[in-house]
Design a protein around this ligand. Structure first.
Ligand SMILES: C[S@@+](CC[C@H](N)C(=O)[O-])C[C@H]1O[C@@H](n2cnc3c(N)ncnc32)[C@H](O)[C@@H]1O
Length: 220
């Protein structure tokens, strides 16, 4: 729908010594379908080594952020520490016509927006703390799913994962108070996802109760 966002995760394969170009074809295909190619995020895995003596690494995993028109909601994550936080900084900006605007002096905030390269540790305790989830061979890391959910939706919005695997996206949607909806074709993975969602539901209820506990008057 207008303003809605699709996050499409793709990684090139290497066939007969060459990257397949799949992600490039998919980008053009989405454009031809009328999507706005809003952003491209590189999902970098910390500590990966090159599987080949002639390449710097495996092809990067890309997340294409697609939207119909401009995304209705964007909340960029600010988790890069500003080294000069608290100092007075001098900022210049340009008008749309390209002219320099007068210098503005502002207090430098503690955090700034992260770059388009998102790095994650993988494995137990990083991808997830749910041991059972590793029965699925292609898990998305929970922080990755969560970062996209908080960047492009607000509480109460609907998050849909059409290939939900072990249910990571739906779990992070629930824990961030979004509505969710997932489909999975392989029954054992579907059952694994449902099992994880039951645990996540209890966790979400516990977190809500804890947050209420700090605001007792708000219950009334
Ligand atoms: C890479 S995994 C998904 C990971 C998941 N999005 C997550 O957040 O952990 C891809 C999943 O899509 C499922 N799948 C493949 N084709 C499907 C289809 N046509 N409909 C629903 N699920 C499908 C596979 O069984 C597999 O579990």
């Amino acid at each position: 729908m207008p303003g809605g966002v699709v996050v499409w995760v793709v990684q090139e394969a290497i066939v007969a010594g060459s990257e397949t170009g799949t992600s490039s074809r998919q980008r053009l295909c989405f454009k031809a379908l009328g999507f706005n190619l809003h952003d491209t995020i590189v999902l970098a895995k910390k500590g990966t080594r090159s599987p080949s003596p002639v390449r710097y690494g495996p092809p990067p995993e890309l997340a294409l952020v697609l939207s119909k028109g401009m995304p209705r909601y964007v909340n960029l994550i600010k988790d890069r520490r500003n080294l000069r936080a608290g100092e007075i900084g001098e900022f210049t900006t340009r008008s749309k016509a390209g002219r320099l605007k007068p210098i503005v002096r502002k207090v430098i905030p503690p955090w700034r927006v992260r770059s388009c390269i998102w790095e994650y540790n993988l494995g137990f305790n990083h991808t997830t703390c749910d041991r059972d989830a590793f029965q699925h061979p292609a898990l998305m890391a929970e922080p990755t799913a969560e970062d996209f959910i908080i960047s492009f939706s607000k509480p109460g919005d609907l998050v849909f994962d059409p290939m939900m695997g072990a249910g990571t996206t739906c779990k992070m949607a629930l824990l961030n108070s979004r509505r969710f909806f997932g489909t999975e074709i392989h029954r054992p993975y579907y059952e694994l996802a449902v099992k994880r969602m039951r645990v996540a539901e209890a966790e979400h209820r516990r977190r809500l109760d804890e947050s209420w506990a700090y605001r007792p008057t708000a219950r009334r």
